[in-house]
Design a binder for this molecule. Structure first.
Ligand SMILES: *[C@@H]1O[C@H](CO)[C@@H](O)[C@H](O)[C@H]1NC(C)=O
Ligand SMILES: *[C@@H]1O[C@H](CO)[C@@H](O)[C@H](O)[C@H]1NC(C)=O
Ligand SMILES: *[C@@H]1O[C@H](CO)[C@@H](O)[C@H](O)[C@H]1NC(C)=O
Ligand SMILES: *[C@@H]1O[C@H](CO)[C@@H](O)[C@H](O)[C@H]1NC(C)=O
Ligand SMILES: *[C@@H]1O[C@H](CO)[C@@H](O)[C@H](O)[C@H]1NC(C)=O
Ligand SMILES: *[C@@H]1O[C@H](CO)[C@@H](O)[C@H](O)[C@H]1NC(C)=O
Length: 555
């Protein structure tokens, strides 16, 4: 990675790193955000580039690294990037969403500073402002294990590690798409699917995306940074061994294909053990009306002979297949993740639930325009980030806590209110969240600042009796969950990370039109042990721009 410089603050031998080093290593990136013109579907269109790249560069870090990204916004709109799955312990200031940051104004820069503390795995970043995600500026973010932590599989050689970003794609620009939503319409069907920014041809010609050495095993990190479409991913002639999912080591099942819902990431191992020639990677849309959309890319065996077979592997049909696949995902209880102790030593199934939050989604018209809501509240971002209002101790000037009930009525929700949706929660509570989807399209949800146990997805409506079907042993700890049509999903988590955290639909159209909220995990102690101070370099906006900064938190 050319733009990353690893600096050892006290430059000693690597072996002595953990004992002698006062601070964890730093990785520095400087990113220039600009518009560019490319033709992913054969039609020239405006995209957002990072240092001229589409998709953006990969951040390649190791557990506990400090990641410094100086972002120069050279597009004509305020801009933010969010680091999906990075937990930002005590540090929601760096989460890159409008509730906890002022956006980076055009022509200015902001330096994100976050630590990938106690995490491993395959993640990604993408823009959170406007519909910028529709134009690119997304990329991979991987967190390698520290060398002292055992990994439950043989690690591929360091360059045998590939990101595969698969996403739906529109040929309209982000501003045209936003105008559609602002005028009350929907994005409707995308025009195509991309694999690492390209849709691919199926004539067997073209340059390979990756070249494989026969006999070697490769890691593919597959993420879906798209706007709204679940995608199925498969590799012609090859199986995939699933090893990691959103920061957890999982039971290593072998799959012919994987459904990757919006916002999700998976790490798989692929052995180059077939006849040496070319093969197709295939990403195809799921649950879209009409013919599925598809992208392909070639992989080539070094020294191989012959083009890929034009016969592409078929994708699955129906969402029951996808639900069954979800049920095969299991936490490997004996494997270590970022820390030496086994993942399974955290017995989440034995913790008593303090409170149940039920989030029922709805799509309704307000003043003739489509809005998406949770329990009838459709979120609106105030000009002052609510987290800043809290820090400056003037929340009442910006928003009211708890306008949304967490126990919605059983009847169908027809009323929708536009409001700033912030729930005040008690630090350290162990919470159950039920996502209910009475709609007839699939959904995908994301919780910032945390990973949670994805204990159940089932058809129908949730009742307390359904708890007996929860997986309380080895559900995967992750940060996204899909909810199938007319179904529900249950997650469990401890609110132990002070800050304000976004819970949102990963489907950008829904997020933009209000299907999100923030939880304020408020630590009344105002102590650095629990939460960091507002960074000195943070841009200010709204009412706090002219206010005196509060006394910083002390130790
Ligand atoms: C990413 O980091 C790992 C671990 O430090 C290293 O082995 C690998 O070479 C790096 N890859 C790139 C592309 O920089
Ligand atoms: C960013 O890219 C633009 C367009 O290429 C260029 O004009 C500008 O100088 C670059 N800025 C930085 C900080 O590299
Ligand atoms: C903007 O970039 C400069 C380096 O070019 C850096 O010194 C400054 O701290 C950055 N500004 C912010 C707000 O991070
Ligand atoms: C779980 O992890 C252990 C390492 O602790 C590994 O030996 C084992 O093969 C893994 N089990 C499965 C089923 O993947
Ligand atoms: C959980 O709740 C049960 C029943 O209310 C109680 O007996 C038990 O002590 C609680 N466990 C913990 C760890 O608080
Ligand atoms: C948030 O909830 C906590 C615990 O219930 C309470 O102490 C605190 O005053 C509440 N904060 C606000 C700003 O309402």
């Amino acid at each position: 990675m050319a733009s990353a410089v690893l600096v050892f603050l006290l430059c000693l031998t690597a072996g002595a790193l953990t004992t002698v080093l006062g601070e964890d290593p730093y990785l520095f990136y400087t990113w220039n955000i600009t518009y560019g013109t490319i033709s992913p579907l054969g039609v020239p269109q405006q995209v957002i580039l990072i240092n001229g790249q589409f998709p953006g560069p990969t951040i390649n870090s190791t557990t506990n690294n400090n990641v410094i990204v100086n972002v120069f916004n050279n597009i004509d709109e305020p801009f933010l990037l969010t680091w999906s799955g990075i937990q930002h312990r005590k540090n929601s200031w760096q989460d890159g969403v409008l509730g906890t940051m002022c956006p980076i104004a055009p022509g200015t820069n902001y330096t994100y500073h976050f630590q990938v503390k106690d995490q491993i795995g395959t993640y990604m970043y993408y823009p959170s402002t406007g519909l910028h995600r529709a134009a690119g500026a997304f990329g991979g973010l991987n967190v390698h294990s520290r060398s002292v932590i055992p990994i439950p599989y043989t690690l591929p050689l360091e360059n045998d590690d590939f990101y595969v970003l698969i996403n739906d794609w529109y040929t309209k620009s982000h501003s045209e798409l936003r105008k559609l939503l602002d005028s009350g319409r929907t994005l409707a069907r995308p025009q195509g699917v991309l694999i690492n920014g390209q849709s691919g041809k199926t004539d067997g010609k073209g340059e390979p995306l990756f070249t494989l050495k026969p006999g070697r095993t490769y890691k593919f990190r597959i993420c879906n940074p798209g706007l709204r479409t679940s995608l199925n991913f498969r590799i012609q002639g090859h199986n995939m061994k699933l090893v990691e999912m959103e920061g957890s080591h999982v039971v290593q099942n072998v799959y012919k294909s994987l459904d990757v819902h919006v916002g999700q990431c998976y790490s798989v191992l692929v052995k180059a053990d077939q006849e040496p020639k070319d093969y197709y990677l295939v990403a195809s849309s799921r649950f879209l009306k009409g013919e599925p959309l598809m992208a392909t890319a070639l992989i080539r065996y070094e020294g191989g002979k012959g083009p890929a077979s034009p016969e592409l592997p078929e994708g699955p049909v129906g969402w029951a297949w996808s639900l069954n696949q979800f049920r095969t995902f299991r936490w490997n209880l004996t494997a270590s993740a970022a820390r030496p102790n086994p993942q399974g030593s955290y017995h989440y199934g034995e913790i008593n639930i303090t409170q149940t939050y039920k989030f029922v989604s709805s799509a309704n018209k307000v003043d003739g325009k489509l809005r998406y809501a949770i329990n009838g509240v459709s979120h609106v971002n105030p000009t002052t980030p609510p987290k800043f209002a809290e820090y400056y101790e003037v929340p009442e000037k910006v928003f009211k806590y708890d306008v949304m009930s967490i126990t919605p009525p059983a009847e169908k929700i027809t009323q929708v209110t536009l409001d700033t949706n912030i729930r005040n929660v008690t630090f350290h509570d162990f919470i159950e969240i039920i996502f209910e989807n009475p709609e007839n399209t699939i959904q995908s949800w994301k919780v910032d600042g945390y990973s949670f146990f994805a204990v159940a997805i089932e058809p129908g409506t949730w009742t307390p009796e359904k708890r007996k079907n929860y997986n309380l042993q080895d559900a995967v700890s992750r940060h996204t969950i899909q909810v199938f049509p007319k179904s529900w999903a249950a997650i469990l988590l401890t609110f132990d990370n002070a800050g304000m955290w976004n819970i949102r639909s990963e489907m950008t159209e829904r997020t933009y039109l209000g299907q999100q909220l923030y939880i304020s995990v408020y630590s009344p102690r105002r102590s650095l042990k629990e939460e960091y101070n507002l960074p000195d370099n943070a841009p200010l906006c709204g009412i706090v721009a002219d206010m005196k900064k509060p006394e910083p938190y002390n130790l």
